[in-house]
Ligand binder design. Structure first.
Ligand code: P6P
Length: 332
């Protein structure tokens, strides 16, 4: 037996030692996410077989027709996390309002924000989808009366963040502020095993990832940026990769380098992606791996949220590409 095989539970317990006064509640909370991820992946893998596809018909808070898998994933995460005493407040892409966990335990000190199934419109065509999560500590002096105050904190306050990609394999990537680590699910034993320790984003990549159909509406600096990459003016010619699932498009950027961006567009002048449960967790992962993440003006992790479903532009990637965009913006 290879002694270096480490499960995510063992890894989280090791990381937990870094938290002063750690009582295991943090690792128990994270285990709620890994358990939910295993249940979601088992349904995603069978989506075409058990007629779970097809929209529930209802519209979620985003005005999007809900797929049954969205509903299932949301219920699994909500149920799994609500049973953790350390969790006091939840927020989900699928719920208009924050959820105050019924146990109302005085020991609750964390809020968990998640997108249960990001990219769900891709499920019908068997393209990778994902789950994102962001964990915040309850600010001092705040109680269950004001759940928004547990949630509306800048991303730099996150104590943990991560995502799961349901792709050719199921990979969970997370950080507690001590580097970025990836775990691949071994379905034969139902365990996430450490497969990508200490992930570092390459200083430069060869891919850019953006929906070029919206180029006419992008602020000019983005088209200048794209042209420079296409023409090989940043050291080498780039290829374009975009599958319309942020988690999968970012995961490639994390491992291969380059840049993923969703700039302001005509239909989404403030950007389409959500600050709290898409941009913030991705930005924490990116920075912990040596990359950068902005909204085009500011560091994503410094943005003070005003509402839980607030949208933002997101530009995230390797140091070289991100610095090049900054230079273009300065020269304009
Ligand atoms: P578009 C999926 O719906 C999502 O929220 C992200 O996962 C993805 O990056 C983006 O929207 C795709 O949006 O406008 O390119 O289809």
């Amino acid at each position: 037996m290879n002694s270096s095989i480490l499960t995510i539970q063992q890894h989280i317990l090791q990381e937990q030692q870094r938290f002063p006064g750690a009582t295991g509640e943090f690792s128990f909370m994270l285990s709620g996410i890994t358990l939910a991820a295993k249940r979601i992946q088992s349904k995603v893998r069978m989506a075409g077989l058990v007629e779970i596809l097809g929209s529930v018909g209802e519209q979620n808070i985003q005005g999007e027709v809900q797929q049954k898998l969205d509903v299932y994933a949301n219920e699994v995460l909500t149920h799994s996390l609500s049973s953790r005493e350390a969790v006091g407040v939840l927020a989900s892409e699928e719920n208009e309002h924050p959820i105050v966990v019924p146990h109302l335990s005085p020991n609750a000190k964390y809020a968990v924000i998640f997108d249960p199934l990001d990219g769900s419109s891709n499920i019908d065509v068997n393209v990778s989808v994902g789950t994102t999560f962001s964990i915040l500590r309850k600010p001092d002096g705040v109680n269950f009366e004001s759940p928004e105050r547990w949630l509306l904190q800048p991303g730099r306050k996150q104590i943990a963040a991560g995502y799961v990609v349901y792709g050719s394999s199921t990979i969970m990537v997370y950080t507690v502020g001590n580097g970025v680590h990836g775990f691949t699910l071994d379905p034969s034993i139902g365990a996430f095993l450490l497969s990508h320790p200490n992930i570092r984003m390459p200083k430069q990549g060869t891919y850019y990832s953006v929906n070029e159909a919206y180029r006419d509406a992008f602020p000019p600096e983005y088209n200048t940026f794209i042209e420079r990459m296409r023409r090989g003016e940043i050291g080498k010619p780039y290829a374009s990769r975009y599958i319309g699932s942020m988690v999968a498009d970012f995961h490639r950027t994390l491992l291969k380098g380059g840049v993923f961006m969703y700039p302001p567009t005509a239909t989404h002048p403030k950007g389409k992606l959500r600050l709290l449960y898409e941009a913030n967790p991705i930005a924490m992962i990116a920075e912990q791996a040596g990359g950068l993440a902005t909204d085009g003006q500011r560091r994503i992790l410094d943005v003070q949220p005003e509402s839980i479903h607030q949208r933002t532009p997101l530009i995230v990637g390797s140091e070289t590409e991100m610095k090049e965009l900054e230079k273009i913006q300065k020269d304009m």
